[in-house]
Design a protein around this ligand. Structure first.
Ligand SMILES: Nc1ncnc2c1ncn2[C@@H]1O[C@H](COP(=O)(O)OP(=O)(O)OP(=O)(O)O)[C@@H](O)[C@H]1O
Length: 300
């Protein structure tokens, strides 16, 4: 057992040694991670590797069985359910792989829902909803109900709803899954451009290398652990092998020095996970990062 140590100041989200078991099977086994303010972080990995579970833990939807999650230096894992709900409502946004809209409400009402749930007035919420629908190229659908929209249009409404709230952190779980390939790039560019211009931090689960290419950084999961990645042009994210050695890039600075814009990231608990005050060393928890620099030097 270790004492709680507050995370580094420049991390808006910080998780240490997350362990989650679902129906008796391990879904996350010692994942540590830091997400910086206004960063777009892609979480890659094959199906079933733990991406959704990690996003659910980071967003306070799911409490880890072991480990810590901090938002802006406040522990989320020890919050009461009510406080966590408020945090999710007021500061976080969420986009599912499949759009979940209220069937009785039209597109703009759905897009305005988050703002109104936060207590916003109807008129400004409607204006913001219309603006976001326009930006996502579905302004003409504003008065249609979900049943009259295509799946791609519904997903754009769900994205508009998430962005309209300008959350501190937007969690997007395979947000372009229901879209055609050509549509994906456009929607993602809109999403990432909007996030950058509004200073929204984005944590984006994906197994699509094109999607990851729009991010500032990618971390990759395999079987509930973080692994080294190599990014080859035209390839999906290639796994360069699970980390298994001792942590060497323990300090934040050391880990950050290995990263380049848009490149895949070194692994393990590094990121911001093993600050100087971390008695366990997040890498120790998941037995990871040994070759941050090597991993990055393999990136192109
Ligand atoms: N509700 C659940 N009950 C039992 N096991 C679950 C549940 N949800 C996820 N799992 C298991 O936990 C592991 C991680 O799943 P998770 O959905 O987080 O992975 P993922 O990387 O998001 O996959 P995908 O790309 O398919 O969404 C998998 O082995 C999965 O089968």
């Amino acid at each position: 057992m270790y004492a709680m140590v507050a995370p580094p100041d420049n991390d808006v989200l910080w998780a240490r040694a997350l362990h989650v078991t679902l129906n008796g099977s391990p879904a996350l086994t010692g994942v540590s991670l830091g997400v910086r303010e206004s960063e777009i972080l892609a979480v890659g990995g094959p199906r079933g590797s733990g991406k959704t579970t990690l996003l659910r833990c980071l967003s306070g939807q799911l409490l880890p069985h072991k480990g810590e999650v901090w938002f802006n230096s406040t522990p989320v894992h020890t919050m009461s359910p009510l406080v966590r709900e408020r945090l999710r409502r007021d500061r976080f946004g969420w986009i599912d792989p499949k759009p979940r809209l209220v069937p009785e409400l039209n597109a703009w009402e759905n897009a305005a829902l988050g703002l109104m749930l936060r207590g916003g007035a109807r008129r400004p919420a409607r204006t913001a909803a219309h603006e976001w629908l326009e930006r996502l190229d579905i302004g003409g659908c504003a008065r249609k109900r979900p049943h009259a929209l295509t799946q791609a249009e519904r997903q754009r409404v769900a994205i508009a709803r998430a962005l309209a709230c300008t959350p501190s952190v937007l969690f997007a779980d395979e947000p372009t899954a229901p879209l055609h390939r050509a549509d994906r790039a456009h929607v993602l560019r809109t999403l990432t451009t909007a996030a950058r211009s509004h200073g929204i931090t984005v944590v984006l689960a994906t197994h699509d290398a094109d999607v990851a290419g729009l991010a500032d950084r990618t971390v990759t999961l395999l079987d509930g652990r973080r692994v080294h990645t190599v990014h080859l042009p035209g390839d999906d994210l290639a796994l360069a092998g699970a980390g298994g050695g001792a942590e060497t890039a323990a300090a934040n600075g050391a880990a950050e020095a290995t990263e380049t814009s848009g490149a895949t990231e070194s692994t393990g608990a590094s990121g911001s996970g093993a600050g100087p005050g971390d008695p366990e060393g997040s890498g120790g928890a998941d037995g990871s990062d040994t070759e941050g620099r090597a991993a990055c030097s393999l990136s192109v």
